[in-house]
Design a protein around this ligand. Structure first.
Ligand code: AMP
Length: 419
């Protein structure tokens, strides 16, 4: 027997029922973000590896161990995009978007690739909806961006949403803070998990994410970044909070909030859903004022977020998949002449913009009526060799109708005009 092949570990097929639910996510994103003036962008699925090395940061888990990197036939190092912000900053610089009215507001719905430990809610190819506003450091951009993320989750009826907000300050303040944190970690090195200990030099902030009990104990006493903010950064954060309060958003300030990417400055936030298990983060983001410059563009402030499509769907509950409507099911009750007439009728119905399905399974008439019921067809045309009938599937009434009159009749009925 030939071995049956499977999709690679950590990936999944989007089957037709799933695809209906995903279309709802896309429609919600278009509605919520489009209404706020965000326009859709699509960047390539792969980029020069250097973009992520520079943009996301060499010390991050993503760049260290999670990227799908390969050499193409021309010897260039390319990487399947692990995230959406660095590519958008690249596109902003490449297309001279700084010359447009600022901020430039963009949204995306794309797939991303990370070599992560596969488990429920964590995949190696996953989809994100994201929004980025480039070119303004106004605290209102931060607050509006956070509110839009929450609005999208509300629109999708994501359950038990919890929003945490913090500020990481400027890169300079973070450097000073990093040293203080490293001192604290080194002083308690013997209590830390091996993983956190190994990353004291490279990425000490991630120690806040550890779920190792002794490490958590050490982190309770650790210096807090919020206490190291410069006066301007503290003022910016206060302004963001005041706007969120004015908008009546329920959120929590969490000084231990760190994100897995290096580029964040000032505001960061994360949204979790209590309806999810261990992988409870549905989305997150923040401000990245140095990133466009980092990838070779002009100094440009930016703010944005991404939310995981699979996790939004998981946290939104099952929800009934909406099957496409069927106005007319064309059944065949006869030989070759009936089959040809049925084929022509289905084509005519589609030209008239009816949702029409033609019997293609070679079923008996009884089987065809059953199938019409399964797809919830509103009407069934039964086409014979010498005549045809139209059945109203709601009332069960059936009448002889000439095949040439079926489409006009169905159109009249659907418009509520009767026979
Ligand atoms: P991040 O870009 O890491 O901030 O992730 C933003 C959101 O994308 C997360 O809150 C998740 O909802 C989703 N996400 C990130 N990584 C994965 C993954 N490996 N599988 C599924 N969803 C993910």
């Amino acid at each position: 027997m030939i071995e049956r092949l499977q999709a690679p570990r950590g990936t999944f097929d989007v089957l037709p029922d799933d695809s209906e639910r995903r279309a709802a996510v896309e429609a919600a994103a278009r509605q919520v973000l489009g209404a706020a003036g965000y326009r859709r962008i699509e960047t390539p699925a792969f980029e020069a590896t250097e973009l992520f090395a520079r943009g996301v940061g060499e010390s991050t888990d993503i760049v260290q161990k999670e990227m799908y990197t390969f050499e193409d036939g021309g010897g260039r190092s390319l990487t399947l995009r692990p995230e959406g912000t660095a590519p958008i900053c690249r596109a902003y610089a490449e297309h001279g978007m700084h010359k447009l009215a600022q901020p430039v507001k963009l949204w995306y719905l794309s797939s991303f690739f990370r070599f992560e430990r596969a488990q429920a809610g964590r995949y190696r190819q996953f989809w994100q909806v994201g929004a980025e506003a480039l070119g303004s450091d106004d605290p209102a951009v931060d607050a509006e961006s956070i509110l839009l993320a929450v609005a999208l989750l509300d629109e999708l009826e994501v359950q038990q949403v919890r929003v945490r907000v913090s500020s990481l300050g400027s890169l300079a303040a973070r450097r000073d803070y990093r040293e203080r944190l490293q001192e604290h970690l080194r002083a308690h090195a013997d209590q830390l998990s091996a993983e956190v200990r190994a990353r004291i030099d490279l990425n000490p902030l991630r120690a806040f994410d550890s779920d190792h009990p002794d490490t958590r104990e050490v982190m309770r006493e650790a210096p807090r970044l919020l206490d190291f903010l410069s006066a301007q950064d503290a003022e910016h954060f206060a302004a963001v909070r005041a706007l969120l309060d004015a908008a009546d958003l329920d959120y929590e300030v969490d000084p231990t909030l760190v994100r897995g990417l290096d580029y964040y400055t000032r505001t960061v936030f994360e949204i979790e859903s209590g309806a999810l298990g261990a992988q409870s983060a549905v989305g997150g983001g923040g401000r990245y004022d140095g990133l466009v410059e980092q990838v070779g563009g002009p100094p440009t402030p930016g703010m944005g977020w991404a939310a995981g499509v699979e996790r939004m769907l998981l946290a939104a509950g099952e929800g009934r998949a909406v099957a496409p409507e069927v106005d007319l099911y064309v059944a065949v009750d006869g030989g070759q002449p009936a089959r040809q007439a049925a084929f022509a009728l289905a084509a005519e119905a589609r030209r008239a913009r009816l949702h029409a399905q033609l019997e293609l399974g070679g079923r008996s008439l009884k089987g065809q009526l059953k199938q019409a019921g399964r797809v919830s067809a509103r009407y069934v045309a039964i086409v014979g060799d010498t005549g045809s009938a139209l059945r109203d599937m709601d009332s069960g009434d059936q009448e002889d109708v000439q095949v040439s009159g079926v489409v006009a009749r169905v159109l009249r009925e659907l418009r509520g005009l009767g026979a």
